[in-house]
Design a protein around this ligand. Structure first.
Ligand code: NAD
Length: 552
């Protein structure tokens, strides 16, 4: 039975043993689409996160996807173009159930104004990364990534601990909302700004945020008290980051870590310029988007100037993947790229081994299924500190949103081994239902994004999109249940190309094969991508892990 969803009563959380589709592969994908809406930001508009990231093009397209998933056979493939189902083709049982391409625009047309025009004409929609490919699991999907970043900084700069440290950041939306919880889990005192009081309230309601301060003085006093006592706390302040960052700097207060996860990538539907309230922004979106773009760039210039000031004063400052440096540079802040991107600064050694944000969702809707898989994971990887530490923390601190799900940074071979084991558990009736496996698009083989994932690659291959395209083709030939190719990621159809994958462990022998081939080949290609770029960790992994790398 679907469960009530207090946040969005019209979008119940799927679950239960009854399926509507003819196979668990199709039912699983249907539940995942329902789930991204259930945990999304504005499901009534089909928006999942990041201002415009949609689960389907429009409601007729959504309804047709639901209908087709329910009716299709396992030897058919549903073809989706930017959130609109366009074909149901005869393929074979080893082929994907769904293939989709979201927001891919040719070369020099791949710019925001062209995207907005196509969007207005109803020809395209932006699928974000995990939104359009139905893989979003709520803010928890990025918690571990954010937590790992904080811990890498702790190791490098603060003797392994963030107790008594102050993190300043902004953005409490679909992704940014993970920051307060990740900061608290890392032991820090974290202050998160957002212009929208509703966003802050939402994060507090779901247990991701401790306190909402009434004003800046109180917020800073709360942070000071916590850092003095070495106590972890997360505090929100409803305010504009472009106003408050410079104010904190002017007061001579230097946080230990500074970042930002406002929707700076989108100056029309996302970032709110200083001095503008939400109602005015809403009006201008239709009436005068050019004004918003100009005012947004000016504000970002102020905010990034303050971030550079914090950096000069000794803070660890990083870009958390929202293109704020790119916008600042366009606004004339020449040294904006002195701020490093998190991937290059902290996570690349993990990606070089194809260790990245792997995730699984209990299609039964039962939390006990995730608890059982947690136990199995701890038993299978007792020496993997990243995983064991994370699972213990996640169990204690991460509330479930929507379909019970877990994320863990697993690498080549590990993902396949876990998914195979879970498929056996489904077959043996040890779980209440099948389990879907997926990953973020921000993964070793999955993404080319020269301002986020692949910035500063060793061999200069930052902007080469062959890799995610090869990944998607490899995943199709490996029989994954859903394969997606996305572009956009902020510069709306410019800036990045990515590939997404989902496999449903329904307990069958065929699922064993699909898991084996697709999850193994996905991470193999990730290792090969980094080995090809000359990363020693990847070359090691290629030797040890037999990924099939052809070295010239
Ligand atoms: P969102 O649209 O759901 O939320 C953005 C939030 O920023 C909103 O709550 C909004 O009120 C707030 N905001 C806008 N302008 C502000 C300002 N000037 N001051 C304070 N608050 C302001 O977006 P999201 O899904 O949370 O994503 C945020 C950004 O992170 C996006 O740019 C997205 O592309 C990026 N992102 C990065 C990663 C990563 O891996 N690091 C992953 C996903 C998304």
């Amino acid at each position: 039975m679907p469960k009530d969803n207090p946040r969005h009563p019209d979008f119940p959380i799927p679950g239960g043993p009854e399926r509507r589709a003819k196979s668990w592969r199709a039912e699983g994908l249907l539940r995942l689409m329902e789930n991204v809406l259930a945990v999304g930001e504005a499901p009534e508009k089909l928006i999942v996160y990041a201002a415009l990231g949609r689960a389907a093009r429009n409601w007729p397209a959504h309804d047709a996807i639901v209908r087709t998933l329910c009716e299709m056979e396992e030897d058919q493939t549903l073809v989706i173009q930017s959130g609109k189902p366009v074909g149901l083709l005869r393929t074979h049982k080893g082929a994907p159930m769904v293939v989709m391409a979201n927001c891919n625009i040719v070369g020099q047309w791949a710019k925001p104004d062209v995207f907005y025009e196509f969007e207005r004409k109803g020809l395209i929609c932006w699928g974000g990364l995990t939104a359009g490919a139905w893989q979003y699991i709520g803010s928890q999907g990025v918690i571990q990534g954010t937590y790992e970043i904080f811990m890498r900084i702790a190791e490098r700069r603060f003797n392994g601990s963030l107790a008594g440290r102050f993190i300043l950041t902004a953005g409490l939306g679909g992704m940014g909302g993970a920051q307060p919880l990740a900061g608290r889990m890392a032991g820090a005192a974290i202050l998160c700004l957002d212009v929208d009081a509703e966003r802050a309230k939402k994060r507090q309601e779901i247990g991701y945020l401790d306190e909402i301060a009434p004003d800046l003085d109180t917020a800073l006093a709360m942070i000071k008290a916590a850092t003095d006592e070495g106590r972890a706390v997360s505090v929100a302040l409803v305010a504009n980051a472009a106003e408050v960052y410079p104010e904190i700097l002017a007061r001579g207060i230097v946080p230990d870590i500074v970042s930002d996860q406002t929707s700076a990538h989108d100056l029309v539907y996302g970032y709110v310029p200083e001095g503008y309230d939400l109602a005015r922004v809403q009006r201008l979106r239709d009436q005068n988007p050019e004004e918003l773009i100009e005012a947004g760039r000016d504000s970002i210039a102020h905010q990034v100037t303050a971030m550079l000031g914090f950096q000069k004063a000794g803070a660890e400052v990083f870009d958390n993947g929202n293109l704020i440096r790119t916008q600042a540079k366009a606004a004339g802040i020449e040294d904006a790229f002195d701020i490093p991107i998190f991937t290059e600064a902290y996570l690349r050694p993990l990606f070089a081994r194809a260790i990245g944000p792997f995730r699984w969702m209990a299609l039964s809707g039962e939390e006990s299924d995730i608890a059982k898989i947690d136990d199995v994971l701890l038993e299978m990887f007792p020496d993997n500190k990243i995983v064991t530490n994370w699972i213990k923390l996640a169990r204690a601190h991460v509330p479930f949103e929507g379909l019970p799900a877990r994320i863990a940074w697993l690498g080549h071979g590990e993902r396949t081994a876990l998914a195979r084991r879970v498929n056996d558990m489904v077959a043996a009736g040890e779980l209440a239902g099948p389990v879907a496996f997926s990953r973020d698009h921000l993964d070793a083989g999955g993404m080319a994004h020269p301002n986020i994932m692949t910035e500063g690659m060793r061999d200069g291959s930052d902007a080469i999109a062959d890799w995610p395209l090869l990944d998607a083709m490899t995943l199709c030939s490996s029989g994954a249940d859903l394969v997606a190719i996305h572009s956009g990621g902020g510069g709306y159809s410019g800036f990045m190309t990515s590939a997404g994958v989902t496999v449903v462990a329904d307990g069958t022998k065929e699922a064993d094969t699909r898991i084996d081939l697709s999850l193994t080949n996905d991470t193999a290609l990730g290792v090969i991508r980094y080995a090809d770029a000359g990363y020693p960790d990847a070359l090691d992994e290629a030797r040890v892990g037999k990924v099939g790398h052809i070295a010239l």
